[in-house]
Design a binder for this molecule. Structure first.
Ligand SMILES: Cc1cc2nc3c(=O)[nH]c(=O)nc-3n(C[C@H](O)[C@H](O)[C@H](O)COP(=O)(O)O)c2cc1C
Length: 247
């Protein structure tokens, strides 16, 4: 909430949380420091979680799913850093197991950064990645569980993973991949096009960009404003009966 400080509380039964602390009223300017008005929230309250929601409108469904395509050619329109922040604000709200949020994102948007990536890409991906205003390395932090005290405040949540490295690795990869998918949909939601790519050398990308942070790359996503005229014919999808089972 704006205008309010946050402060870490000491652990209580292993539960550590950040709480909003209302600002201390100024005795000289505030005639009644405990009046209900002085404690009123600065922003409207979010609707209750249980309130029935309208389905997403058809235009949004087109944008997110039916008309959203994988792009390989890009217009010159730049992508501002503020747009990347807007995109992240959406994608971070997608669910992950135990809210573990292991994905990490490197947004390569300078020519210098993209040139470092270029030789690590498959030949077919080089041109399309370099022409995009931004290329995201979708990575994950194998030691994501160090943040569990804040993300899933139970006293034992960190140990679920810290004591079981294969489980931690599986969890980081599964949920990091999900968050990469949220990134694709969030990008479409804020008006960007995407070009996901797995054709690159993960070990070399890790060595070039991620070693100092200890993160591991999963896949890449080119971001920008796609050139629709250059789109190939869309490949078909499986039907419900081919891909789904009702039991
Ligand atoms: C994780 C992932 C990795 C991909 N890797 C590549 C790649 O390395 N090179 C490529 O040309 N396309 C790649 N693609 C693009 C897919 O082939 C494309 O998304 C798919 O054919 C659907 O196309 P559409 O979105 O236009 O319907 C990748 C897509 C995803 C989701």
């Amino acid at each position: 909430m704006s205008g309010q400080a946050t402060e870490a509380l000491p652990p209580v039964d292993g539960f550590v949380a950040e709480v909003s602390v209302p600002p201390v009223p100024d005795a000289q300017t505030s005639p009644d420091p405990v009046s209900p008005e002085s404690l009123a929230p600065a922003e409207p309250e979010a609707p209750p979680a249980w309130e029935p929601r309208e389905p997403v409108n058809p235009v949004a469904l087109d944008t997110l799913f039916r008309q959203g395509r994988t792009h390989y050619a890009w217009r010159d329109t730049p992508v501002e850093d503020s747009k990347l922040r807007e995109l992240f604000e959406l994608l971070r709200m997608g669910p992950t197991s135990a809210n573990c949020s292991p994905a990490r994102f490197l947004f390569l948007r300078s020519q210098w950064a993209k040139e470092r990536l270029k030789p690590l890409l498959s030949v077919g991906n080089q041109g399309r990645a370099m022409a995009a205003p931004v290329v995201v390395i979708v990575a994950h932090d194998p030691h994501f569980y160090h943040m569990m005290w804040r993300l899933y405040p139970r006293d034992d949540a960190k140990e679920w993973f810290a004591n079981n490295p294969p489980f931690a690795e599986e969890t980081a990869f599964r949920n990091g991949t999900l968050q990469g998918a949220y990134l694709i949909l969030a990008a479409r939601a804020v008006g960007l096009d995407t070009g996901p790519m797995s054709g690159f050398d993960n070990a070399k990308v890790d060595a070039e960009f991620l070693t100092d942070r200890g993160w591991k790359s999963n896949f890449l996503v080119a971001l920008g404003h796609g050139d629709a005229a250059a789109l190939p014919a869309q490949p078909p999808r499986l039907s419900f009966d081919e891909a789904c089972v009702l039991l």
